[in-house]
Design a protein around this ligand. Structure first.
Ligand code: MLT
Length: 412
């Protein structure tokens, strides 16, 4: 019999969102009438239609594929130049950030990228993650063998947990010890918190001093409303020598079902071999892409490029305004209900303290059974998330207004 990767056996029962889906399915089967009024604010999945500019661009791309003269087979694994250039110019250079097109690697999603990045790092790295955290960072480290077993709180031996809570604004304090890799995500999933320029400067200083690489997940940067908050780690001086950035079209362009994202790796970013020789990270990721990935589809990349046209930009702006309008309503409803609420101001996630000492899963069950609203239990993001729940602002306005009414009724 073939040996299996036993690291998978260390994983907790199920990935958070499939586990929620399983519970919701059981509820809908047992309560078909109540299920009709179910509103899903669990997984952060977009609900509004794709921007028109994207649809037109993809229609044209489909027609190109239908013509022998313009048909495309395999594309460049790292992404088409037209998209890499559009990203470099619009997301970075136009904002005075030094990122070149060939430092951008197009992919089919940030979930894959933040997991796959571990392929190019060695064993024995000290790895820090925030708690609460996007579970993919943890689970992929478990799968690849970078951790020991989980304790009764679900914390894995070998990972350095950086506690985040209201006391530090959900941005971790700089650790006293050195680590090799640290995952930071701002605007944050799940807490909706943002990191200030000064906080990111402190992290970059720490990383430079300790030869740490920051894995910076900026999938939610488009939701930032406050211009003083950095949208990219590369706005911070020195970050090109210590950071990799992950970006996604999922939430700004409505691409969760389309799949397109990118990673930025500065060419000068270095790691080292076991014998201590410096090695650039960029060619390793490029090599990985060439071997394990055949590129995102041409049609999807044409759609993503259209997000950078004048029409595309204004359609994205409208989407962001819609979801952030939802977030504002949800924050206010939670406040009106007397709940302690965080996030939802520069991020599409609202992070709420459970009332009356309920655990996160008790609150999940209460919301499901009594309000028929699906939320995400905070403990699914780590032990520091216990006692919280997350409401996603990705929904129609009518649904969000209804959720607000039900939250207020539930906590009366
Ligand atoms: C979430 O709800 O946390 C996100 O949708 C997950 C993801 O983007 O993979």
């Amino acid at each position: 019999m073939a040996l299996i990767n036993e690291n998978f056996l260390k994983l907790k029962a199920g990935y958070l969102f499939p586990e929620i889906a399983r519970r919701v399915k059981a509820f809908t089967e047992a309560n078909p009438e109540a299920a009709k009024r179910l509103i899903r604010c669990g997984i952060g999945d977009v609900t509004e239609a794709l921007p028109e500019a994207v649809r037109y661009a993809m229609h044209e791309a489909v027609d190109e594929m239908g013509n022998r003269g313009t048909f495309k087979g395999y594309g460049p694994e790292q992404g088409y130049d037209f998209l890499r250039k559009a990203i470099a110019e619009n997301d970075f250079q136009a904002r005075g950030i030094n990122v070149d097109a060939d430092e951008i690697f197009i992919s089919d999603g940030s979930k894959c990228d933040t997991g796959n990045i571990l392929d190019i790092f060695g064993k024995g790295n000290k790895i820090a993650i925030t708690d609460p955290v996007y579970p993919v960072y943890v689970d992929t480290n478990v799968m690849i063998g970078n951790t020991g077993d989980a304790d009764e709180n679900g914390a894995y031996a070998g990972l350095h947990y950086l506690k985040c809570g209201p006391e530090n604004g959900f941005v971790p304090a700089i650790p006293n010890e050195r680590v090799d890799l640290v995952y930071l995500c701002y605007p944050n999933n799940p807490t909706g918190a943002t990191a200030t320029r000064a906080q990111l400067e402190a992290w970059v200083q720490y990383a430079l001093k300790n030869d740490t690489i920051i894995l910076y997940d900026a999938a939610y940067e488009a939701f930032i409303q406050d211009d003083s908050i950095p949208r990219s780690i590369f706005e911070i001086e020195g970050a090109r020598d210590c950071a990799i950035e992950f970006r996604s079209f999922s939430k700004n362009g409505g691409f969760t079902g389309m799949r397109c994202a990118f990673v930025v790796i500065p060419k000068g970013l270095m790691g080292k071999t076991a014998s201590g020789e410096k090695q650039a990270i960029h060619p390793l990721w490029s090599r990985r892409h060439s071997t394990k990935f055949n590129g995102a589809s041409y049609i999807i990349q044409k759609g993503a490029e259209a997000l950078y046209t004048a029409e595309g930009k204004s359609q994205v702006k409208a989407l962001i305004e819609h979801y952030m309008g939802n977030a504002k309503l949800l924050v206010q409803a939670c406040k009106d209900a007397g709940l302690a609420v965080y996030g939802g101001v520069n991020a599409p996630y609202v992070w709420v303290k459970t009332p009356s000492g309920l655990t996160s899963w008790q609150m999940f069950d209460k919301m499901l059974n009594e309000a028929n609203v699906v939320i995400t239990p905070g403990s699914g993001f780590g032990s520091a998330g216990e006692g919280y729940f997350r409401i996603s602002a990705f929904n129609s306005r009518a649904n969000v207004e209804e959720v607000c009414t039900r939250i207020k009724a539930l906590t009366k």
